[in-house]
Design a protein around this ligand. Structure first.
Ligand code: 5GP
Length: 182
């Protein structure tokens, strides 16, 4: 077994399941935007949503463009209100529908703040697509419009999600062995 896999206690969502679901989500997105006058800009939040964006966009058969934002919401504590922009969008989004691509929706703070930010920048609409959803952890009354998988209240890693910046390159979503979380 390779080094990274040895640290994993349990695989929650397999690579095959993620690929299959991204194909389905692609079709759902195609149907949703088909009759829009302007095609959506996919805004991916760095870094966790990169593998999801890569897999998903292959199945989007629309004339879309992509852009990236990097935000930090927790400065040590979990209670900070505003997000800090570390990397802003490269283009104006005035009048554009946005599809915000997230790795996971947990408390809901990040998507709430980023959504507000995108509307402030003039987006005509903001929809949210997330690979993972932890509804049991929600503190804000907000939901993603399109969800890959609902997962239980566990800290997960892999397929973009990190633990201290590691494990993002695992091809599946899993839970680390207990000793790593201590
Ligand atoms: P929220 O603002 O919804 O509480 O959290 C969203 C962000 O928190 C995600 O984009 C992700 O960076 C981080 N996060 C939330 N839950 C998990 C988790 O289970 N594992 C990892 N690696 N990050 C998480």
């Amino acid at each position: 077994m390779s080094i990274l896999h040895q640290d994993v206690k349990e695989v929650l969502v397999s690579e095959a399941a993620i690929i299959e679901r991204c194909k389905e989500l692609g079709h759902i997105v195609n149907d949703f935007y088909r009759d829009y006058e302007r095609m959506p800009l996919l805004v991916a939040i760095l870094k966790g949503s990169i593998p999801f964006l890569s897999e998903l966009m292959k199945h989007i058969d629309l004339d879309i463009e992509i852009d990236f934002m990097d935000v930090s919401s927790y400065e040590g504590t979990e209670s900070i209100g505003d997000v800090r922009i570390i990397k802003d969008l490269n283009q104006s989004i005035k009048g554009l529908p946005i599809l915000l691509v997230e790795d996971i929706v947990d408390t809901g703070r990040t998507i709430q703040e980023v959504k507000r930010l995108l509307f402030n920048k003039g987006a005509s609409e903001v929809k949210i697509i997330t690979l993972l959803d932890k509804p049991s952890r929600r503190l804000i009354d907000i939901d993603a419009d399109f969800v890959g998988f609902e997962i239980p209240n566990e800290f997960v890693i892999g397929f973009g999600l990190d633990f201290n910046e590691k494990y993002r390159n695992l091809p599946y979503v899993g839970i680390l062995k207990d000793e790593f979380y201590k």
